[in-house]
Design a binder for this molecule. Sequence first.
Ligand SMILES: Nc1ncnc2c1ncn2[C@@H]1O[C@H](COP(=O)(O)OP(=O)(O)O)[C@@H](O)[C@H]1O
Ligand SMILES: [Mg+2]
Length: 363
Amino acid sequence: MQNPFTPSFGIVPLYLAGREMILSDLRRALQNGPGDPSLCSIIVGPRGSGKTALLSCIADEAMRQGYIVADTTAVPGMLEDILQRALDASAEIVTRHSPKKVTGISVGQFLGIEWQESAPPKENWRSRMTTLLRELKKTDSGLLITVDEVRASLDEMIQLAAVYQLLIRDGFKCALVMAGLRVHCNQLLDDDSTSFLRRAKQYPLERISDTEIDRAFRKTIESSGKQIHAAALKSAVNASGGYPYMMQLVGFSIWEESGERKTIHEQDAEKGVHAALQDFQNGVLNSTYRELSSGDRTFLRALSDDVSENRVSDIAARMNKTAGYVSSYKLRALEAGVIEETPGKTLMFSIPFFREYLLAHED
Ligand SMILES: Nc1ncnc2c1ncn2[C@@H]1O[C@H](COP(=O)(O)OP(=O)(O)O)[C@@H](O)[C@H]1O
Ligand SMILES: [Mg+2]
């Protein structure tokens, strides 16, 4: 029996825990097309919360609905990448079976010719996107652009947002779904030239409820040929802390512990959870900790002292430093993805168990 859990970044799990609401919103938006508010969305969450996996599921849904998908990451060259991927995807659609009657010349061929003729491109990105969308429109198809790991510091990210707004204004069926760490999404939304993105629908990936994690464990295990005892399931759920990456680590280890047996027992769960915590510590906590300066660590320890009163002013008082000093460390920690700031300006850890880890390590 093959282990069905997927403790690797970017891999879509067998069962997605707790994302039904977001997926149904997006499913509806893709069906509705222009005008639906979720057609432009931002998925916000810490590392390991399942952003990349969710983008892939949204892309799959879009393809089922006959959209072509251009999936990219916010790195230099992303605009060209979007066009190239859209082109590849449209060629594929036609060779498979067209979603809705593509006649005569295929989207892929048409754009293929366009593409070759325009290399090096004489037209700007907007006009090439317009050509693409106009062709897609003839076949009643649309385009979904997904951008992972958004960064406001990338010029092309800003350009994409600006052009997207114009394409929407022209009435094209074009969806844009982005994902990133809270700090990067906020920077993007704060940029004056992308102010229209403030109207984008935001989906924060928060802690998943124990009920949902429980269900995903059970479905993953049972559909893959094993059973799990109630007590074992309970410890697996507790150890996951509502965090997708941890859930996969725990699931993977308890499955391995049960070997060839058909049932995962309490002892398997006990050993498996221990192994998963060890893996999490080696893979995530140690490396995150090593990347921090000693000033960062001091700041984060002051943050971990009190879990409720964690605004900059509280921490400054606790550290006996100025608010300006504390703010500069806050920015560094946000940038590193270690903490998040709530809309109420309270700071909290975004990586599970990191607080406990910090308290247990004295440099
Ligand atoms: N909703 C979910 N339920 C269960 N496991 C998930 C879910 N989303 C993602 N995962 C798993 O969690 C891990 C991290 O997912 P990933 O999408 O790479 O996170 P991110 O992009 O936010 O860092 C992967 O092992 C993936 O299989
Ligand atoms: Mg990711």
